[in-house]
Design a protein around this ligand. Structure first.
Ligand code: AMP
Length: 284
């Protein structure tokens, strides 16, 4: 089947309806475009697990703060089309902000508690924008499965909780973070980095690896581990560390002593580029 590009809600609904009438299982991969191998891993998973893959490309204004990079966020639409075409996507849903937000938005989805720590402290309103746009996308596309990356660990947990709390009839599947050879998590924002900053950025993953090593060696005091992670991150000259945290992998509550499944997560601004990364560690 030829890949379709739908820019209106009506047209994507029509295409999904026809696929469903043929008994097809619908998969959705929500993205903001500037597609890379991380997105491709989700598209491939969707193509394996469903019969009809919709990729949404929408730089969602409501999840950006006033001083964030909404305007300069990369929008290489032609390259994105090519990538989707090469990976078995059936429909690209690429609405304009006007199409998604027809008038002033008065209805918001807000997941409590889970949105407060980590990125929630530094990006007020961000998760409210994410959950609202995902709820809208789920209502528009009505997928059976929606695919998210572990790269945005807090986002995946928050979306899962929204789906459970609001009884949305779909399953959220989360796939591992895809990394560059030096460990840096692939991100659309990596292209903002200068050559030197790009090299330095590998230290973020190094700090997470250090955390894992320490846990595996039996260290349980999170303060001690976070201290070592800071030491590594402080080697980046232009870095401003927003947070380095070790939290319970399910509740995202901070912990003093490592036990069970934990999430180590960091957000670092290198120059003006904000990068996030995380790893899951099972301390047993
Ligand atoms: P974005 O376009 O950045 O909003 O990301 C769209 C989806 O791709 C989200 O579910 C992200 O978690 C996921 N994603 C982004 N980068 C990666 C990566 N390096 N590995 C795996 N998934 C990713």
């Amino acid at each position: 089947m030829k890949m379709e590009v739908a820019v209106t809600i009506q047209s994507v609904r029509k295409l999904v309806k026809a696929a469903r009438a043929e008994g097809k299982k619908i998969g959705l991969v929500p993205t903001m475009g500037a597609l890379h191998i991380g997105h491709v891993s989700l598209i491939e998973a969707a193509a394996q697990q469903t019969d009809f893959v919709v990729v949404s490309i929408f730089v969602n204004p409501t999840q950006f703060g006033p001083s964030e990079d909404f305007k300069k966020y990369p929008r290489p639409f032609e390259a994105d089309l090519k990538i989707c075409g090469e990976h078995g996507v059936d429909v690209i849903f690429a609405p304009t902000p006007k199409e998604m937000y027809k008038s002033e938005n008065l209805t918001w989805v807000n997941v409590e508690k889970l949105t407060e720590p980590l990125c929630g402290q530094f990006r007020p309103g961000h998760f409210r924008g994410v959950t609202t746009v995902c709820a809208k996308l789920f209502n528009i596309v009505s997928p059976d499965l929606a695919f998210f990356g572990q790269k945005d660990a807090q986002q995946a947990i928050v979306i899962k909780r929204m789906v459970a709390d609001l009884n949305m009839p779909l399953k959220i599947v989360v796939y591992p973070t895809i990394r560059e050879p030096d460990g840096l998590a692939v991100s659309s924002r990596n292209q903002y980095l200068s050559e030197q900053q790009r090299k330095d950025a590998a230290l973020i993953y190094k700090s997470l690896q250090k955390c894992k090593e320490m846990i595996k060696a039996g260290v349980t005091d999170t303060k001690e581990i976070v201290g070592q992670m800071h030491t590594i991150l402080n080697q980046i000259p232009s870095a401003k560390i927003e947070y380095v945290s070790i939290v319970d992998a399910e509740t995202l509550k901070s912990i003093d002593q490592v036990a069970g499944k934990v999430l180590a997560a960091a957000a670092v601004k290198i120059g003006s580029t904000r990068l996030i990364d995380n790893i899951l560690v099972d301390a047993g």
